[in-house]
Design a binder for this molecule. Structure first.
Ligand code: ADP
Ligand code: MG
Length: 714
């Protein structure tokens, strides 16, 4: 079999949660399709297929047969302007119309208005009215029936037929009216959820002003290539990710990081698509464009977040599948036991499984969309669900708990001929190609002291320990104590003592060796992020029972740091703080699994450097300061685009709140349906009221979930 490829196909016409299942089913049945995910909010299908056996035309046809549409390529998705207050106005309008109609129906029923109308209009005319008004609904039902599918409206249509059969055409007309209202409510709800994603898309400019041969040309984004020069003026959005060539500017990065304070950019700075130049102008060399940009990736992940369904949603989906047969059975029983066609029709009409299917995703999408606009990239409802019940948090030290910008503080030479300059120079040369923050500290210090560094050969990086390379005929090793011991270097007593002292000050000690001879020690201090203690106190209040620091650094340094954290985070949280030192990167994943085996739900917070596998293995992996850090965005389940520890308790609060909304949605829908079905079956609910009643849960879910769009937690 040929290599499978992934195809993204836009799909139009899906306005209910049920629709995605139909589209999914239609595409999956095609020969050559390995797997398919359909996204309601992003209006697309992601298909894994064998390109030799199936292509876009097959998919287009399959989707069309199912009653939906794959637009031709080049047809751009409509981007709606995120107009403020839109939802509220529509909801109010909707409510007014709904109330008015409800009133007319109630009054009509009460005063016998309907009966008088029914009597005057001949039955065939009435039937025609019902059929015409309900045509869009019936068409779908018939189409589904031909594929042997029962959709939510199938039962209601049977109810309408039943009403027509007993000559109650006015009732049937009202039912049809409310079916359409219900459809509208659902598509409006779906559209609202979609808006969260579309708002994001609307944040990126679609054109760039390029400098080509000294002339500025406005160019569509798709035609911009990496390496080209983009010019951005004050007040404009940056269209691409890139590096500043010239100019100075204050940039509002809120679109990516959620941070309102502008940051300064000058030659050499990295800038991101969708951020805005507030003051100054820039010339930028484009590096990543459109979907490849940081923001492009964020959008894509938000769009595809639907694939990571929460368990509650799986359960609800399963439940909806059983729901229709159960309703049909209740209707049948009602008919057999009570011999009352009106009650039977009411049962068929009141039941709407859509709200079960909507209860979870609407809330999740609201939170995910709102989060994305505040610098929180949440890759799926699943992670919010886990986060809400998490009890263990593991934290990577360097770069996560600390700023990850250690400063070299001490240089200590071994007895003998070596000088500070020689030790530092040797170390800086060996570290030349390492990306570790420690290596950077060493290089920076050497640069500041004006020390020349040489070209290393046979550079070797040993994760979690250090580096080794040949420099000027010496095999130089720079690393932690473990690395020194591995190199069989005997640590002289005087150095041993010095290392102890430095470590008790919370510094990280690096051993510099030439061959198996220790030539000196380097010590570096990293700064604890100032907002960490406060965040840890908040985490404790949120029910995280243990916070454990994982570090490849030594025991002493880790203990000093934790002691300090204990003091600053308060007596309540202090006993819950622990640490493990000398942890190799590959052991971090083991520690995650160990906790999971004991039944804990584990959150791992890291920066994606050396800890990506552990982030992925945790129930929820959170990456800090992920803007621009590709590994972190890919590996984590939740990426915090801003380096701010307050976001960690913040996102847990969002998760809790989201789950509360989801539970409420589900409870509300369940109760509503149980009560509705009972009343209908017992004959207390005339079909007209039943029809009006069935569109309420959708609206309830929408209103309840829209609370999540206004997050104050971060
Ligand atoms: P952490 O878990 O704190 O993020 P790492 O696992 O990346 O730390 O590294 C653990 C230790 O290994 C560091 O504290 C440092 O002492 C040593 N080390 C790792 N890489 C290097 C390097 N390139 N140069 C010097 N020392 C290093
Ligand atoms: Mg690290």
């Amino acid at each position: 079999m040929a290599k499978a490829t992934t195809l993204e196909v836009p799909v139009r016409g899906m306005d209910c949660a049920e629709c995605t299942l139909h589209v999914q089913e239609a595409i999956r049945k095609l020969p050559g399709v390995a797997s398919v995910d359909v996204f309601l909010a992003a209006e697309k299908a992601v298909v894994n297929l064998d390109p030799e056996r199936v292509d876009i035309s097959h998919i287009r046809k399959a989707v069309a047969d199912a009653g939906y549409r794959v637009p031709e390529v080049g047809q751009k998705p409509v981007i709606i302007d995120p107009a403020k207050g839109f939802t509220r106005q529509v909801l109010v309008l909707f409510g007014v119309v709904f109330a008015a109609v409800l009133f007319i129906v109630v009054a009509g029923e009460w005063f016998g208005l309907f009966e008088s109308i029914t009597r005057r209009v001949p039955l065939p005319v009435g039937i025609a009215i019902v059929l015409v008004a309900g045509y869009p609904v019936f068409k779908n039902v018939v189409r589904a029936a031909m594929r042997r599918q029962v959709i939510a409206h199938t039962l209601m249509s049977v109810g309408v037929l039943a009403a027509l059969a007993i000559g109650e055409w006015a009732t049937a007309a009202v039912v049809v009216f409310f079916m359409r209202v219900g459809d509208y409510a659902e598509s409006f709800t779906t559209e609202r959820a979609r808006k969260a994603v579309k708002d994001l898309t609307a944040l990126t400019p679609q054109t760039a002003r390029l400098e080509r041969d000294g002339v500025e040309v406005e160019t569509p984004l798709e035609e911009v290539r990496p390496g080209e020069t983009v010019v951005i003026r004050p007040g404009e959005k940056i269209p691409v990710d890139g590096e500043v060539i010239s100019g100075q500017a204050a940039i509002d990065q809120a679109a990516i990081t959620g941070e309102a304070l502008p940051v300064d950019a000058g030659p050499g700075s990295r800038v991101y698509a969708a951020t805005m130049v507030k003051l100054g102008s820039l010339r930028v060399r484009a590096t990543h464009i459109g979907p490849d940009s940081t923001f492009g990736r964020v959008i894509r992940m938000v769009e595809q977040a639907e694939a990571n369904r929460a368990d509650v949603q799986r359960t609800a989906d399963k439940f909806s599948a059983y729901y229709l047969p159960v309703v049909a059975a209740i209707a049948l029983l009602t008919f057999i036991l009570r011999r009352d066609p009106l009650s039977t029709a009411a049962v068929l009409v009141v039941a709407c499984s859509c709200s079960f299917a909507l209860a979870t995703p609407i809330a999740m999408l609201a939170s995910i969309g709102a989060g994305a606009r505040r610098g929180l990239l949440i890759k799926g409802g699943k992670y919010l669900e886990s986060l809400a019940v998490a009890d263990i948090m593991l934290i990577d030290k360097t770069g996560t708990l600390t700023l990850g910008r250690p400063e070299l503080t001490d240089i200590i030479c071994a007895d003998g001929p070596s000088s500070e300059e020689a030790v530092l120079g040797m170390a800086a040369s060996a570290e030349r190609y390492s990306e570790h923050p420690m290596a950077e500290a060493v290089r920076r210090s050497a640069r500041e002291r004006g020390i020349e560094t040489g070209q290393p050969r046979d550079f070797e990086n040993i994760p979690g320990m250090g580096v080794r390379a040949w420099v000027n005929g010496n095999q130089v090793t720079v690393g932690n104590r473990r690395m020194a011991l591995e190199g069989l270097a005997p640590v002289p007593n005087s150095l041993e003592k010095a290392a102890d002292v430095l470590e008790s000050q919370g510094k990280t000690v690096l051993y510099v060796m030439a061959g198996s001879q220790i030539t000196g020690l380097l010590a570096a201090a990293d700064t604890l992020r100032p907002e960490v203690p406060e965040a840890i106190t908040a985490l404790y209040d949120l029910g995280i029972r243990q916070v454990e620091l994982l570090t490849g650094d030594n025991e002493q340094t880790a203990r000093t740091l934790v002691e300090r954290l204990r003091q600053e985070s308060g007596t309540e949280a202090a006993p819950r703080l622990s640490y493990r030192a000398n942890v190799l990167p590959e052991n971090k994943i083991e520690i995650v699994r160990e906790y999971q085996r004991k039944g804990h739900t584990v959150v791992m917070v890291g920066d994606g450097i050396n800890d990506a596998p552990a982030l992925a293995a945790a129930d929820v992996g959170i990456a800090m300061g992920a803007a621009g850090a590709d590994v972190a965005i890919e590996a984590a389940h939740i990426a915090l685009m801003r380096e701010d520890w307050r976001l960690v308790p913040g996102v847990i609060r969002i998760a809790r709140k989201t789950m509360r909304v989801v539970r409420f949605n589900i409870a509300f829908t369940t109760l509503y349906n149980v009560v509705g079905l009972s009343l209908a079956a017992l004959g207390f609910l005339p079909p007209i009221f039943a029809a009006a009643a069935q569109s309420f849960p959708d609206i309830g879910i929408l209103i309840n979930s829209s609370r999540l769009l206004r997050q104050k937690e971060t």
